[in-house]
Design a protein around this ligand. Structure first.
Ligand SMILES: NC(=O)c1ccc[n+]([C@@H]2O[C@H](COP(=O)([O-])OP(=O)(O)OC[C@H]3O[C@@H](n4cnc5c(N)ncnc54)[C@H](O)[C@@H]3O)[C@@H](O)[C@H]2O)c1
Length: 372
């Protein structure tokens, strides 16, 4: 009898508005070509049609049917599972958001404890130098810069209106086209500053600004060297759109402050801040001029700028890649692919053994917390 091929089961996403997928038809095909058997739950919410998976040889299965799959079947998805007390017996590869003591963390992990299942959290799959093997940063920066440019276009009219609801775009070209149109055909003449420009999100933001037509000189790119002198920075007030893309790892002086904005009065050019980093509730938030995360329904929050001054808003959406589900999924999934190829040998491949050890450590902490 032929040996069972390695298998993976792509589950549907249950989170509202989530159209991204951990496996795309492109990466599924590569896995199939390498000998995998890939099951895909039918999912109307996903940006990729079921037929696209079927065409490359995936086996389509019913929506949300993974709980009845054999427990030896590894299940892959992106976002956390819906809240429940049901024990989990399968091995899951996903973002579970329960390793940093987030609300409900021990309850989530206790489901694995009770069911005997395992979790490989995508946020903690790292390469030999500790860098994540796959992350959504680039498209977060790209989409964040687009949201900032759209907000800027609305505020420029100076009629008191603000950017309305944002919806996921079919693809990157559609997003670029819509931003260009909002700016009257091109972003030429708009000036932007990106901090963290050498990182994943920062590179995405710079790419969007290029694609909508800003002159290269009007895309100011800062990283560690430029902020070393310590904020607040006048340079930020001298652009139309500021995009913060830093990875905050320690206390730093603020990049902007209320006092600085009020003192600048009518001389300020800055109209929109996009805080891609979204360290909103972090005590070291370098942009302490707002305190909520904004949403796709209401993308901006107004900053208190003092009477008589032009408005200024902040975009602080913490799930920006959802706006570009197709490209964000393709990039994430192709970055994850080399690790998935190693999954059948997970008991010896470092990326997976490290993730397994971390799971066991967190599971132990949860068992203690829950008194199990
Ligand atoms: N809003 C969203 O939807 C969303 C999505 C993905 C990631 N993020 C967040 O975006 C942030 C950046 O993620 P990333 O993957 O691009 O990280 P990254 O590590 O690839 O890049 C961060 C960059 O910031 C720079 N940096 C760090 N501190 C700085 C400072 N004080 N001054 C100037 N530059 C500084 C680093 O040198 C690096 O180039 C993270 O906090 C991440 O959680 C948000």
């Amino acid at each position: 009898m032929a040996a069972t091929p390695p298998q993976l089961w792509l589950r549907c996403e249950k989170k509202e508005f989530e159209r991204r997928a951990a496996l795309t038809p492109t990466t599924a095909k590569k896995l199939i070509d390498a000998g995998f058997e890939i099951f895909v739950e039918r999912d109307e919410q996903r940006i990729f049609d079921d037929a696209e998976y079927e065409k490359v040889g995936c086996k389509l299965v019913e929506n949300n049917s993974w709980p009845s799959a054999p427990t030896t079947m590894p299940i892959i998805g992106l976002k956390e599972l819906p809240e429940s007390d049901d024990p989990i017996a399968h091995t899951h590869i996903q973002f579970a958001h329960c390793y940093k003591r987030q609300a409900g963390w021990s309850k989530v992990l206790s489901r694995f404890h009770r069911g005997g299942g395992s979790l490989y959290d995508l946020e903690f799959l790292t390469d030999a130098s500790g860098r994540r093997v796959a992350a959504f940063g680039f498209h977060a920066g790209f989409a964040g810069a687009a949201a900032g440019a759209l907000a800027f276009a609305v505020q420029k009219k100076n009629d008191g209106t603000r950017l309305g609801k944002l919806e996921p775009y079919e693809n990157e070209a559609a997003m670029v086209k819509s931003v260009r149109e909002a700016l009257g055909g091109s972003g030429k003449g708009v000036k932007a500053l990106v901090i963290g420009a050498l990182g994943r999100c920062g590179r995405g933001a710079v790419d969007l600004f290029r694609k909508i037509g800003l002159d290269e000189d009007d895309i100011v790119k800062w990283d560690m060297d430029e902020t070393a002198k310590g904020g607040p920075f006048q340079e930020i007030l001298d652009v139309d759109i500021f995009v913060n893309c830093i990875y905050l790892s320690s206390a730093i002086p603020p990049f902007l402050s209320h006092e600085q904005i009020r003192a600048a009065g009518t001389s300020r050019r800055l109209s929109v801040v996009v805080d891609v980093s979204c360290d909103t509730t972090n005590p070291f938030n370098p942009i302490p001029i707002y305190n909520i995360n904004t949403t796709f329904s209401k993308p901006t929050v107004d900053v208190d700028v003092g009477p008589g001054n032009a408005p200024m808003t902040v975009v602080s959406i913490d799930h920006l890649p959802t706006l570009l589900p197709r490209e964000a999924s393709e990039q994430f999934s192709s970055d994850l692919l080399p690790s998935l190829m190693e999954f059948p040998a997970r008991s010896e491949k470092r990326v997976w053994t490290d993730a397994q050890s971390l799971f066991e450590q967190k599971l132990g902490e949860a068992v203690k917390e829950e008194g199990l």
